[in-house]
Design a protein around this ligand. Structure first.
Ligand code: FAD
Length: 467
């Protein structure tokens, strides 16, 4: 008999949920991770610190109150990294406690250290020293996540030239910053530093950013960020980053030289598979360290599963958790229905973006007709009360069967609000439900009714012209 029924490598959202789901099904479960990484990238260096930092920035800068109290409104004049770090450390500490207690309550054994395959059923766990503990399991779940990718041509010094992990170790808020890469992580941090008053330049090789989002909403975000003194350099490639005593110069292939106190690279992420000894298990990873899985999250070796960022897209905490749960159920022989097709996307820029379903561009490319219903926060009483005049919610509605094809939200509470639309879509509801529903007043949720009425009125225009 093996030591455990299920052994999980990595305690991030995917690993944690896999371990707890298997334990709830009565299996003997162990999870392996480093002492200072319980909760994974999500709790320690990624989602939670960045979202807490954002909350601290919004509170201390008073940014969201300026529409009401004037442009000079601040809660604190000189915001230091200590002010920002205090909240982050507090939340990380609490979250780690919650996870440790959940694992303990469910009798999941925590093995401290890193694991590597010795054979397809055996993992060696080391915690810094020479001793390697051998652990065997019937089934193994790989949930080792990713680390920031670092281009070889750039010399990271952890002080001036950093990646997204380095943000949490900064010793001061820089007055100028170059962000290389306008992906989700890059643009989230760009907007936080811009809100703090840092002059940010974003360099992006592509001509657009966040191209999977609604174009109009991305334009609105760019307008806001420009208003916070962000400069965008699209279609530009970084040739070199030259370190100087008081900062660095980012040299672009076009010849531009951008001076800044800090350069943050956000150039994608690489799967944490290099030290896993995959070959001993009969597995391999692709050039970006990712492991291929089937629709049940099984790798090429069927008793070994992989979930979370290590399997690639969409690389979100939310999806990683669900993948972990599904993989554990499959590994325990439970019936598994697969991941729901409707996946919400949340981008915690300032202001935030969220959507579910299709975009206008996708529908147009697929020749699927749609009508647009829009609600603007400034026309809602709640929008006036909170001082958000820029927020908007957009519904994409099928004129054929009145189903919702997509919901796109920009502004306060976007990442929460989107779930109303997701629920209507997931339950097969139509725009009629939103027209008829009564929403609390004054709320931002009311924007669903306003947008639904707008879409209905537009659809009625065709009928008004007659057959
Ligand atoms: C700055 C930033 C912001 C983000 N913001 C969001 C957001 O707002 N919303 C969202 O949904 N997602 C966000 N993400 C993505 C989210 O953090 C990841 O999708 C999620 O953490 C992936 O979970 P995971 O289960 O793959 O494991 P991870 O959280 O990546 O953790 C993997 C764990 O495996 C451990 N490990 C690695 N190798 C071994 C080994 N050999 N043995 C044992 N353990 C090992 C690591 O120590 C780590 O603890 C963000 C990411 C970053 C970097």
């Amino acid at each position: 008999m093996h030591d455990f029924d299920i052994l999980v490598l990595g305690s991030g959202p995917g690993g944690q949920r896999a371990a707890i789901a298997a334990a709830k099904l009565g299996r003997r479960v162990a999870v392996v991770d480093r002492r200072n990484m319980i909760g994974g990238v999500c709790i320690n260096t990624g989602t939670i610190p960045s979202k807490t930092l954002r909350e601290a920035v919004l509170y201390l800068t008073g940014l969201n109150q300026r529409e009401l109290y004037g442009q000079s409104y601040r809660v604190k004049e000189d915001i230091t990294v200590t002010d920002l770090g205090m909240r982050t450390q507090h939340v990380i500490g609490r979250e780690v406690d919650v996870i440790r207690s959940q694992l303990a309550r469910n009798r999941v054994t925590v093995l401290t250290g890193t694991g590597r395959f010795l054979d397809p059923h055996t993992v060696g766990v080391t915690d810094g020293g020479d001793h390697e503990r051998r652990v065997t399991a019937d089934r193994i779940v790989i949930a080792t996540g990713t680390r920031p990718a670092r281009p070889e041509t750039v010399e990271f010094d952890e002080e001036t030239i950093i990646d997204s992990d380095g943000i949490l170790r900064m010793d001061r808020v820089p007055s100028t910053m170059v962000v290389v890469g306008a992906g989700v992580i890059g643009i989230e941090y760009a907007s936080m530093f811009a809100a703090l008053g840092t002059k940010v330049t974003v360099v992006e090789r592509r001509e657009r950013m966040l191209e999977f989002c609604d174009l109009e909403i991305v334009e609105a975000l760019k307008y806001h960020l420009r208003d916070l003194a962000v400069t965008f350099r699209f279609g530009e490639t970084v040739k070199a980053v030259e370190k100087r005593p008081r900062g660095a110069i980012t040299v672009l292939e076009s010849g531009k030289r951008i001076p800044a106190e800090t350069v943050m690279y956000s150039a994608g992420r690489h799967g944490m598979t290099g030290d896993l000894g995959l070959e001993a298990a009969g597995l391999s990873a692709d050039g970006r360290g990712r492991i291929a899985v089937d629709e049940r999250y099984r790798t090429a070796v069927p008793h070994i599963y992989a979930v979370g960022d290590v399997i690639g897209f969409p690389s979100l905490a939310a999806t990683s958790m669900e993948q972990g749960r599904l993989a554990a159920h499959d590994a325990c022989g439970e019936p598994v229905s697969g991941m729901h097709a409707l996946q919400p996307i949340g981008i915690y820029t300032i202001p935030e973006i969220s959507f579910v379903g299709r975009t206008e561009d996708e529908l147009t490319a697929d020749k699927i007709p749609f009508e647009v219903g829009v609600s603007r926060y400034r026309e809602l009483a709640r929008g006036q009360i909170i001082g958000d005049s820029y927020g908007m919610l957009k519904l994409l509605v099928s004129p054929q069967d009145r189903s919702l094809l997509g919901v796109h939200v920009f502004g306060t509470g976007a990442t929460e609000l989107v779930h109303i639309g997701q629920t209507v879509m997931g339950c097969g509801g139509t725009v009629d439900y939103l027209v008829d529903a009564v929403f609390n007043y004054p709320t931002l949720a009311e924007s669903y009714k306003v947008a639904a009425l707008d879409a209905m009125n537009k659809m009625r225009q065709i009928a008004l012209l007659g057959e």
